[in-house]
Design a binder for this molecule. Structure first.
Ligand SMILES: *Cc1c(COP(=O)(O)O)cnc(C)c1O
Length: 292
């Protein structure tokens, strides 16, 4: 379905999770999934400054998997700001799922790259071929993660009106984490829970984003690479049980590709005593459950 409007509701709510399993740790969730019914909170924040000065009529080309919340957000943005959008999708052409159907309904043109070529999507020959075919005025990297994402996601921190020590987010490309780390104060730290297995290069990507956006690296963040439940878009029975249980207790069904892995990890860290008693952790619910 096409997006009906691109009006986002800010600030997104900050909600306390009342759960005896958290002991003396206070958990607040930043419901960025509620800023829009379809467009993921963090994807909108990442596009906000990346596309702000792009002229109507410009072709914007970007990349993502078949369930990419980023492509979905870009398509919606394009429709409402009169941009032509092209989505380069990883893998073979397949029947549309809801995400890709929504992209097309919002006017995005889709093209497919086999997985081998997709992995080489930033190499000159692949880029040149896409440029020749679609003549984009702007090529956005996968996930919409550019230097502008740092500013857009840092703004989330300014919306928080409760004291906290740690802010946590799920990690795909690291753009959201980079923004949160840039936005927090000197006594706070940011942690990322990677939804991918063994994607150690994300740490360097976050450093590069900070160098580009701030002119220096930051030492106030870390990524936990061990809580992926088998890898990207993989799940374990343990994770499913957690999601079901969380829905019963709190009335919120966690998006499982990213958000459930984040919240699961926070509970595990609480149980392991990794947060001080009396401390407050803010978990960013980065987006809605588009991925089933
Ligand atoms: C894209 C996405 C992420 C990952 O964000 P990055 O900035 O790429 O690390 C996390 N959660 C949801 C719901 C997403 O759609």
């Amino acid at each position: 379905m096409a997006v009906e409007a691109l009006d986002v509701v800010l600030p997104s709510p900050l909600v306390e999770i009342d759960d005896e399993r958290l002991g003396a740790v206070r958990l607040l969730v930043k419901r960025d999934d509620l800023i829009h019914p379809v467009v993921s909170g963090n994807k909108w924040r990442k596009l906000r400054y990346a596309l702000r000065d792009v002229e109507p009529g410009t072709t914007v080309l970007s990349f993502g998997g078949a369930f990419s919340n980023h492509l979905r957000a870009l398509a919606a943005w394009g429709r409402y700001h009169s941009l032509r959008t092209v989505g380069v999708v990883r893998g073979e052409e397949q029947p549309f799922n809801d995400v890709l159907a929504g992209c097309v309904a919002d006017g995005m043109e889709l093209t497919y790259l086999d997985r081998r070529t997709y992995r080489r999507k930033t190499e000159p020959d692949v880029v040149a071929d896409l440029r020749a075919r679609f003549a984009p005025g702007l090529v956005l990297p996968e996930g919409g993660t550019t230097v502008h994402a740092v500013r857009g996601c840092a703004e989330l921190v300014a919306e928080l009106n409760e004291p906290f020590g740690v802010i946590a987010t799920a990690v795909g490309t690291g753009g959201t984490l980079a923004g949160l780390a840039a936005g927090i104060g000197p006594d706070q730290r940011a942690i990322g829970i990677s939804a991918l297995r063994g994607a150690r290069s994300i740490d360097a990507a976050v450093d590069s984003l900070h160098e580009a956006a701030l002119g220096r690296r930051l030492g106030n963040w870390a990524i936990d690479h061990e809580r992926h439940h088998g890898g990207f878009a993989r799940r374990t029975a343990e994770l499913d049980t957690f999601v079901d249980d969380f829905a019963v207790r709190h009335g919120v069904r966690l998006e499982w590709v990213y958000v459930a892995k984040l919240i699961f990890a926070i509970y595990a860290k609480v149980a392991a005593g990794e947060f001080d008693d009396g401390s407050t952790v803010v978990a960013v619910v980065t987006g809605p459950a588009l991925t089933g």
